[in-house]
Design a protein around this ligand. Sequence first.
Ligand code: NAP
Length: 280
Amino acid sequence: MANDQPFILAGVMGWPVAHSRSPALHTHWIREHGLKGSYVLLPVAPDLLGDAVRGLRALGFAGCNITIPHKVAAMPLVDHIDPVAQRIGAINTIVVNKDGSLSGYNHDGFGYIQSLLQAQPGWRADTGPITVLGAGGAARAVLVALIDQGATEIRLCNRSLDKAQALADELGAPIRAVPWSQRHEALRGAALLVNTTSLGMKGQDPLDLALDPLPVTALVSDIIYVPMQTPLLAQALARGNPVVNGLGMLLHQARPAFASWFGVMPEVTPSLRHAIEATL
Ligand code: NAP
């Protein structure tokens, strides 16, 4: 480690935030790359978010991640918002620029696409229809990323149809809103199925979905990572579909943020996966 290396400080703002895997993730990379720095938990109550974000520069932070419940509320607190984050409608990363200004980014969609590519290197978004379940915050990032990757048809099924329709209206073609009752039929001929609902998460009901109309060649992805194998993924594996769990999205979304603060683009290696899996 070079002695003249600056000490770099970053962290994650959330409320609560004690459960976050981000410190383990970024600390792994700080050590792997022999950097001087620290990544800390920043529990910030909603009414203090403005003070906390404006204090980043004074406290010497290179930036921070922004997590639940601050991803939308932090947007008006930064000076510039990256166009992708603007379309997603939320930020998950703040960078303190050299001139002291703050820039907001959202790398969740990048993380999602990278997780698919790491699992299936030849994956492309334009090989067939994509069925997305859920129209919450995470779905917005997944949808923007799939559109930017060239998706030609996205069937968006959500329990509250109005939310799916609003997203289809806002993000435009190729999204078509589909009623929740038609989710099984919406799998017919799909090349990719994505679950972005919270169904199947530890402590939640499993997703009720009959996979019969889904081709066995379709990639099935669930962005949930606790548990890593959701009932949906178990069901898909049992009939022979290739699957991707949500851990890759969590790991890959952290890479560009780390690069902007620490100056090194880190990789998602088996040892990182094992280290984070051990915390789940
Ligand atoms: P959110 O904004 O609260 O959205 C939840 C979604 O689940 C909505 O579409 C909601 O439908 C649907 N839903 C909830 N209960 C349902 C039920 N009983 N029946 C049918 N649909 C139901 O949450 P989010 O932030 O998007 O997160 C969703 C999931 O993604 C969570 O499990 C989270 O852990 C995971 N996630 C993973 C990553 C990662 O890095 N891997 C990143 C972000 C999130 P309505 O619109 O009808 O309420």
